[in-house]
Write a protein of this length. Structure first.
Length: 369
C-alpha cells in the first residue's frame, strides 16, 4: 500500500485536541487503595475457610482494602490470621459487576503453571466460582510497589531493574506450553491468527462507528490497513505470552522485579509480543541493555520488521479498547476511569500507532533506495 501522506496533518485534524495543559500529562489512575468495598471481611473469612491452607484454620480476616487501577476485575487485599497465630497478606481478584467471567479460570491455571515453573508471580491459592458472588481467585500478596502506570515507568528503571525484568521475560518465554489446557485469550501464533485478531478489532470499530461516532475513522483505518497488509510470517516457536507486559504490571522491591501481575491477556503466541509491548517504554540505550540481558538469559532477539509490526499492533489494540471505553463514558459519564482512558489514552495510543506506521514506511522507502 502507498505510504501515508500528511501524517501530522491527519492527526491534527482527526484527533480531538485535549489541550496543551493535558497533552502529555500523566493519566491520574490511582494504583493505591480505594475505600469502596464490594466484599466484606466475613465474606473473605467464609471463602478462605472453604479453601484451607496446609491444614490451618482461619481465625480472622482484617484490614480489607480495595485496590484500584483495573477495569475488568476488582482487586482486594487483606490480612488473614490462622489458628497457629501465623498471619499473611493475600489478594483477591474477582470479576467486576457486568463483566465477562469466562477467562478467570484460565487465568488462574496459567498463573499456577507460571508459578510452578519458577516465574516471579504471586502464589495461586484457589479459584472459586461462587464463594464471593462472582468467580474469584486468591493469591499471595507480593512485596514491592508498582513500577509504573499506563503512561510508562514512574521513574526511569535502573540497570539492575531492567536486568531482572529481562531475565523474568526470558524465563517466562521458556515455560512449556504443554502445561496449559486453556489460556484467557486465543492463540496469536500463525498469520491466520493475526488476521482473525485484526478482524475482531475491525468489528469493534465498525460497531462503534455504526453509532455515528466515526471522526477518528481515517486514523484507525490507516493503521488497520497497514497491519493487514504487513502481517509477518512467524519465524520463532510459540511461547507463553503475558499480553500486557508493561511497567504497570511489574512490582519492584529495591532493584529487583518481585512480581509480574495481571495475566488476563496471557495466551500462546510469539515472544516478540511482550517485547514490543515494553519497547515504547524504554529509550534506545535502555532497550539495548534490556535485550542484551534477555538474550543472555535464553531469549531470542526478534527481527526488526516483526518487532515493528507488533509495536504497531500493541498500540492499535489498546487504542481500540480505550476508544470503546470512550464510547461507554460518553453514554454514562459517571464512569470516570472510562473517561480517562477514552479521552486521554485512546488518542495517545492511536497517535503513536499512526506515527509508527509512518516510520515503518520511511524505513521501507529508504531500503528501496
Amino acid at each position: 500500500m502507498p505510504a501515508p501522506q500528511g501524517v501530522e496533518e491527519l492527526l491534527a485534524v482527526e484527533l480531538p485536541a485535549v489541550g496543551e495543559e493535558l497533552d502529555g500529562a500523566v493519566v491520574p489512575i490511582d494504583y493505591g487503595t480505594s475505600t469502596e468495598l464490594t466484599v466484606t471481611a466475613p465474606d473473605l473469612f467464609a471463602a478462605l475457610s472453604r479453601h484451607p491452607r496446609a491444614g490451618r484454620s482461619v481465625t480472622s480476616v482484617e484490614d480489607v482494602r480495595r485496590l484500584s487501577g483495573g477495569f475488568s476485575k476488582e482487586m482486594l487485599m487483606a490480612r488473614v490470621t490462622y489458628s497457629d497465630s501465623s498471619d499473611e497478606r493475600f489478594v483477591v481478584r474477582k470479576v467486576a459487576a457486568g463483566r465477562r467471567a469466562d477467562g478467570l479460570r484460565a487465568e488462574y491455571d496459567v498463573l499456577s503453571s507460571a508459578f510452578r515453573s519458577g516465574c516471579p508471580v504471586p502464589e495461586p491459592w484457589w479459584y472459586d466460582s461462587e464463594a464471593l458472588g462472582t468467580p474469584a481467585i486468591a493469591t499471595s500478596a507480593l512485596p514491592g510497589t508498582p513500577a509504573g502506570d499506563p503512561n510508562g515507568w514512574v521513574a526511569p528503571p535502573s540497570s539492575a531493574v531492567l536486568a531482572s525484568v529481562a531475565r523474568a521475560a526470558a524465563q517466562q518465554h521458556q515455560v512449556e506450553l504443554e502445561a496449559f489446557d486453556a489460556n484467557p485469550l486465543p492463540p496469536l501464533i500463525s498469520a491466520e491468527d493475526r488476521r482473525e485478531a485484526l478482524s475482531e478489532r475491525r468489528a469493534v470499530l465498525d460497531g462503534l462507528w455504526a453509532e455515528g461516532d466515526d471522526a477518528w475513522a481515517p486514523a484507525f483505518n490507516l493503521v488497520l490497513n497497514w497491519l493487514e497488509s504487513a502481517i509477518p510470517e512467524p519465524a520463532d516457536p510459540p511461547v507463553l505470552v503475558h499480553g500486557d507486559f508493561g511497567p504497570h504490571n511489574f512490582l519492584i522491591e529495591g532493584d529487583e522485579l518481585s512480581g509480574i501481575l495481571d495475566w488476563e491477556r496471557s495466551h500462546a503466541g510469539l515472544a516478540v509480543e511482550d517485547l514490543a509491548y515494553l519497547r515504547p517504554a524504554l529509550d534506545d540505550e535502555s532497550w539495548t541493555a534490556f535485550m542484551r540481558e534477555y538474550v543472555a538469559a535464553g531469549g531470542r532477539e526478534p527481527s526488526d520488521d516483526t518487532l515493528a509490526w507488533y509495536i504497531v499492533w500493541q498500540d492499535f489494540w489498546r487504542a481500540v479498547s480505550a476508544y470503546r471505553m470512550r464510547s461507554l463514558f460518553l453514554r454514562s459519564p459517571g464512569q470516570v476511569l472510562y473517561g480517562i482512558s477514552g479521552l486521554l489514552l485512546a488518542p495517545r495510543f492511536l497517535t503513536r500507532a499512526v506515527r509508527s506506521v509512518s516510520s515503518a514506511h520511511a524505513v521501507v522507502g529508504a531500503r528501496a533506495c
